[in-house]
Design a protein. Structure first.
Length: 62
């Protein structure tokens, strides 16, 4: 079964938390180019979730 179009709120929130940690302490978390629009879009299945540790593409922001 192909689940690429299903929402993945847990994965989106994990990415958001890693970005938040990085935003507050550059030595913590990961720079994933994740903002609230990415988190919501990924959680509801409207945006793709990149593999772990891979930043969101700038092309997806346009």
């Amino acid at each position: 079964m192909d689940d690429t179009n299903k929402s993945k709120p847990g994965e989106a929130l994990k990415r958001d938390w890693e970005q938040t940690k990085h935003d507050f302490n550059k030595d913590a978390g990961k720079e994933l180019n994740q903002d609230v629009g990415d988190t919501v879009g990924q959680a509801v299945g409207n945006k793709p979730i990149p593999p772990p540790n891979v930043p969101n593409s700038e092309l997806d922001k346009k």
